[in-house]
Design a protein around this ligand. Structure first.
Ligand code: SF4
Length: 765
């Protein structure tokens, strides 16, 4: 239910009196809106219908048209407008693909901008490019190879940009129909630790609150997240939360400009004078989350500021955690968190003094080898004060892609056939009975392990629906070698990306490009699940259709039907309504999805407040405390801990060379002033970063980052990230590395200039 809006303007929250932030480093929303309209000028009517009637295919806040269920008024942002062109652009000239050398060196952005993939195409080992084929040929080629492949050597990977619940569910079913549990989705690269930790703590791997709980909470705590960049309309919720008296706390190694102040275009007061967002900032070191929140809990234990009755009546396991944090020396907590005990105590006091709090986090917390422990430490603190399961209090692992919440819940995961359907012998029997065919009962490989298997020559088929491992996984050289070794790669997508162009190395190597349709082009409409667990219907939007593209859910189904024609009826769906019927039978929490038919139809699984009344989804109904261990790595003298960050981009989709929130160029390396001075560096100086996996050349940007920490843009910085470091509990890659920073003279930069669009230079070793 949308919140009513507290009225009146409040100059206390203004950034300054300069209208529209003239002269500030900030996004120029209105200019960018005009540019988006110009880009879509050949399909303006269609673009408008997508915006008016479709669910946004950007982040997972979720919309119906340009409205949401949180606040009245328009819900629209530049991410959505920038993505619009992918839905409206014409087909690429497929003959360009006949000679790959013409495309070599093109960036992901340049390849994407060539246009939509219109036809199925194939490339064999030794061929210089792709050849157009018919759908029959493509499906037969795929089916024939898959039929003679051991299912243990087949893997599926699904991205989360724009994909829908229906696609994930059909892919889940197809993988199991073919006999493999090796299926994973892009949540593995973002919120897998949140899912694992929250399932352990409260029995649900999802956000416990609704966005409307932000408005009216005493404290909104933002950890390792940059909403202004990744979920921009969330800043509108914060604007109204602040009007309702919410205090905003940011915990991060870098003082993000977009979390300090922002100009919200859909709110006149904010568009004119800006909004100061953060009230308090706690600067920790990269990977310091578990120590920071354990330190805060230690302080609460020492001062007795705990919610004893909640702990006693609704939780289990506190004694062990109490002992653990009590015995953690403050010196160790300070070293690991990167901040002082006074700061941890100050944070704990603010937290304990509030009556309600919502903690929001994202990749800064999870993309770490200690990711699951980081999230457990956040959950422990919330449980210690009884801040889950009551209005305006809870946990919110905010998702970056529209598809990502639904991906695992629909069973596109190696360890579940769907939410609350874990892969094991007992569930396999139940699912086999429900679906009418046997399903494998041992957990499959996670995405990161698929690439390791490919590198070791243990994978024969990799079916990617969207996705670009070359840019999204660490160590691109390793990934390139791995995917080249897979004899059959199927890339089902709407546009080209660099991964598709990797030549197969196997003598029988084959790459198939299968052109899919977008969610807006899907007859019968589709659904997605938002961060707040809202399952929303997105109708088909009338408009142009591209070449011979096929609906995304149909393609894997049609391949599976050809693999086992005798059993084809067991995997067949006629339309998306039938898929939703099957989802409602397979995933009980999604009961209701079968009734979604029109724009605006929606429901929230679990209700607006998960665990309401302190009912947790565990065998005894109690939440669980778990020891949240600190990371073990220590930083060698003179080295830096490097992490990766987003610039002007949406996840791995880079829009521009210059980040209008931070003012940084893509090749800039964020240094604290203190570290730069120590190395004799000044703004713009060239630097070489070296890690155990590669080298990266960039330029110094003096930034408000904690000394000892550096940041570079992602995915360029992936060359510095060793492949084999994962969070052991969730399989999430650790997108951080220990690096050496070597000042270069200008002539050592390989001829790079200080021009605005100078690319970062990176090499893997
Ligand atoms: S904030 Fe997210 S859901 Fe909302 S319009 Fe932007 S990308 Fe779409």
């Amino acid at each position: 239910m949308a919140k009513s809006v507290p009225g009146g303007w409040n100059p206390k929250h203004w950034v300054n009196l300069v209208p529209t932030g003239l002269g500030e480093v900030k996004p120029h929303h209105f200019r960018e809106m005009f540019r988006a309209a110009w880009e879509n000028r050949d399909q303006l009517g269609y673009a408008w219908r997508i915006l008016r009637d479709g669910c946004c295919d950007g982040c997972a806040l979720g919309t119906t048209g340009m409205k949401d269920w949180t606040m009245p008024g328009t819900h629209l942002c530049m991410i959505r407008l920038n993505l619009l062109r992918m839905n409206t652009m014409p087909a690429l000239d497929h003959t360009l693909l006949e000679d790959i050398s013409r495309l070599e060196g093109k960036s992901g952005r340049e390849l994407r901008n060539l246009g939509r993939l219109p036809y199925p195409m194939v490339r064999r080992k030794g061929e210089k490019g792709f050849r157009r084929i018919t759908w029959d040929e493509a499906l037969d080629l795929a089916a024939e190879r898959i039929r003679r492949t051991d299912p243990e050597r087949i893997a599926f990977y699904l991205t989360s940009r724009g994909l829908t619940n229906e696609v994930y569910f059909v892919a889940n079913k197809v993988a199991r129909f073919l006999g493999t549990n090796h299926i994973d989705n892009a949540a593995r690269l973002c919120h897998a630790p949140s899912t694992v930790a929250l399932k352990k703590a409260i029995g649900y791997g999802a956000t416990t609150i609704s966005y409307s709980d932000w408005i009216g909470t005493d404290l909104l705590i933002l950890v390792g997240t940059n909403l202004a960049n990744n979920q921009p309309v969330a800043t509108k919720y914060i604007y109204y939360a602040k009007k309702a008296g919410t205090r905003v706390i940011v915990v991060n190694p870098y003082k993000e400009e977009g979390l300090e102040r922002y100009w919200i275009p859909s709110v006149t007061e904010s568009a004119l004078f800006g909004t100061r967002i953060m009230d308090e900032f706690f600067q920790i070191g990269t990977g310091g989350d578990a120590a920071f929140f354990n330190g805060a809990l230690k302080h609460l234990v020492e001062t007795g500021k705990l919610n004893d009755s909640f702990i006693r009546e609704h939780t289990a396991g506190f004694e062990e955690v109490r002992r653990f944090v009590s015995e953690l020396p403050w010196e160790e907590l300070e070293k690991s968190s990167g901040t002082t005990r006074e700061e941890m105590r100050r944070f704990a006091e603010i937290y304990a003094d509030a009556n309600s709090s919502v903690t929001v986090w994202s990749m800064g917390v999870t993309q770490h080898r200690n990711g699951t422990n980081n999230v457990l430490s956040i959950a422990n603190l919330a449980l210690a004060l009884g801040r889950i399961g009551k209005p305006h209090s809870g946990l919110c692992p905010i998702r970056g892609h529209s598809g990502v919440q639904g991906g695992a819940e629909m069973g596109a995961a190696p360890d579940s056939y769907g939410m609350d359907r874990p892969v094991n012998e007992e569930t396999a029997k139940a699912i086999g009975k429900l679906w009418g065919f046997p399903v494998p009962d041992k957990p499959g490989m996670k995405a990161s392990s698929m690439i390791q298997a490919a590198h070791g020559g243990k994978l024969d088929v990799l079916y990617s629906i969207g996705g670009n491992f070359l840019e999204t996984l660490p160590d691109p050289q390793y990934v390139r070698e791995a995917i080249a070794r897979v004899p059959l790669r199927i890339h089902q997508d709407i546009v080209l990306n660099p991964q598709m162009l990797v030549e197969p190395g196997d003598p029988e190597g084959l790459v198939l490009l299968l052109p899919g349709r977008t969610r807006y082009e899907t007859p019968g409409g589709v659904t997605e699940t938002t961060t707040e667990r809202r399952v929303i219907f997105s109708p088909e939007i009338p408009g142009p259709r591209i070449g011979e593209t096929r609906t995304e859910w149909e393609i894997p189904m049609q391949i599976a039907e050809r693999v086992h024609p005798d059993r084809a009826h067991l995997i067949h769906f006629d339309n998306t309504a039938q898929i939703r019927e099957d989802i409602s039978r397979t995933v009980p929490a999604y009961d209701g999805i079968q009734r979604l038919r029109e724009k605006g139809d929606n429901f929230q699984w679990g209700g607006p407040l998960l665990c309401e009344g302190y009912k947790f989804n565990t065998p005894d109904g109690r939440a669980r405390f778990h020891i949240a261990r600190l990371p073990e790595e220590s930083l060698p003298e003179g080295r830096f801990i490097l992490s990766t960050r987003r610039g002007k981009q949406f996840n791995s989709i880079v829009w521009g060379e210059h980040d209008s929130l931070t003012g940084a160029k893509r090749d800039e390396i964020f240094f604290s002033r203190q570290d730069a001075n120590r190395l004799g560096l000044k703004e713009g100086d060239p630097v070489l970063l070296r890690s155990e996996s590669g080298e990266y050349r960039g330029r110094v940007k003096i930034a408000r980052i904690r000394p000892g920490n550096l940041q570079v843009h992602w995915p360029e910085g992936n060359v510095l990230i060793p492949y084999e470091r994962f969070d052991p509990d969730s399989g999430e890659p650790d997108y951080n590395a220990v690096v050496e920073a070597i000042p270069l003279r200008n002539e050592e930069t390989g001829g790079e200039t200080e021009a605005d669009d100078a690319p970062a230079s990176a090499t893997g070793s």
